[in-house]
Design a protein around this ligand. Sequence first.
Ligand code: ADP
Ligand code: MG
Ligand code: MG
Length: 273
Amino acid sequence: GYDLCDFEVGDLIGEGAFGQVFVASHKRSKRVKVALKCIMKLKQDRYLNIDGHSKPVLAEVAMMLKLKNAPQCPNIIRFHNWIENKKNVILILEYAESCKTLYQYLRDTFEVEENQARRLMRQFIRAVKFCAERGVFHGDIHSANILVTQPQLELKLIDFGCAQPITHKPLKSNQYRGAGQYTPPEVLRRRAFHAYPAYVWTIGLVLYEIMHRRLAFYNRQSIMFGSIKIHSRLSRDCLNLISQCFIRNPVNRLQLHLVEEHQWFNPTSPNPV
Ligand code: ADP
Ligand code: MG
Ligand code: MG
């Protein structure tokens, strides 16, 4: 197994409420940089039983283990292993070098061209679909949990701290832990909800945020009933895609497996009459 002594710990690269992320290098294989996410163990932490482990495993680790088996997805941060002691769980992650969070990237960018947005969204959708296929509902997708490398603009989804397993049963809205402004309306209605349409709502949110450099919805009222403000320069296809992701009834929302077939992703193909 791994030990914290195997690593030379470097700079702090991120800080959350219950943990810190450091860059580190593995002492024996000097060149290999990793990110160490140190999570303080708390009483209310969720633990899950998983195959091949005698003891329950912290949910964040358990969900990352589901994504770990080959083939992996290049748009999800790779999870190498974890270290556990009395007080902390330490995730050993791929280090995304010279990256910004999508939040920082949008703050520092004057305007994102639709072609660039399309490249980012294709990668984001690949990550989301991969999670869905592996039975993982991320549950906390927002622009600070998406990394974008500079200058290649490779996208990596991070932070599975609110993730839940997708089973044959719908998810319970009282178990949703993600950021308020990113919550789908069916979760706010306190109904049981399905992961796939909830993911599509998130796809709409991320696309909206990339194109407008602000959030689509700022409060519960607007998520449930409000209309979105749209830039005049947005293409008709882009607006149509966003609108189809924001259909409030999840039954009528665009389906996850059809998102990439939308006209906006196929700009050179002729418009259907
Ligand atoms: P939290 O659960 O506390 O929100 P995150 O997993 O989101 O923790 O990490 C916090 C921040 O650390 C991120 O927003 C990002 O800036 C940085 N970060 C996390 N993981 C990595 C990584 N693998 N490579 C580079 N930066 C990272
Ligand atoms: Mg986070
Ligand atoms: Mg988190």
